[in-house]
Design a binder for this molecule. Structure first.
Ligand SMILES: [Zn+2]
Length: 154
């Protein structure tokens, strides 16, 4: 257990339908793929990583949600928002953030652009290792059935 993560009764804003606060976009492809989000209620940070996508323009996306400690997130944001010219640093900072997060605990089904949660559920079936989508290209066959969600345009 990471002692930097405050114990809270908050269910976190990403558990409920609605737009989410994206504190930092780590990577994107026609919308968010990896990022740092923040609970609108309690301020808890979490890292979201794309697991699967579908629909028109890949607008429906399933993300894993892994809690990130506030000090970890603060250091990441400060470093990413400071001026630098070393292009490898972006990836190094992102990897450091990922390494410091908890294992994913929740799945969200969200629409992009932005991050608009449609529904969410606890992640109990199998826990993916946190990873960036470019290192784990979605195969589009395993995560959507958990939500009983049809991506096809109506
Ligand atoms: Zn919260």
């Amino acid at each position: 257990m990471n002692s930097l993560i405050a114990t809270t009764d908050c269910t976190h804003s990403w558990s409920e339908p609605g737009p989410q606060r994206v504190a930092f976009t780590i990577d994107a492809w026609q919308g968010l793929t990896d990022g740092l989000i923040q609970c609108a209620t309690c301020g808890q940070y979490a890292v979201v990583n794309l697991l699967d996508w579908g629909g028109r323009n890949l607008c429906f996306r399933i993300f894993s949600v892994a809690l990130a400690g506030s000090s970890t997130a603060s250091v990441f944001l400060r470093n990413m928002n400071s001026d630098y010219c070393d292009l490898s640093r972006h990836q190094a900072e992102a990897n450091a953030l990922l390494a410091a997060t908890e294992r994913p605990c929740r799945l969200i089904l969200a629409g992009v652009p932005g991050l608009n949660v449609i529904t969410s559920r606890p992640l109990v079936e199998r826990k993916p290792e946190p990873t960036f989508w470019r290192e784990s290209i979605p195969n589009g066959e395993t995560w959507f059935p958990l939500f009983d969600f049809d991506c096809a345009p109506s």
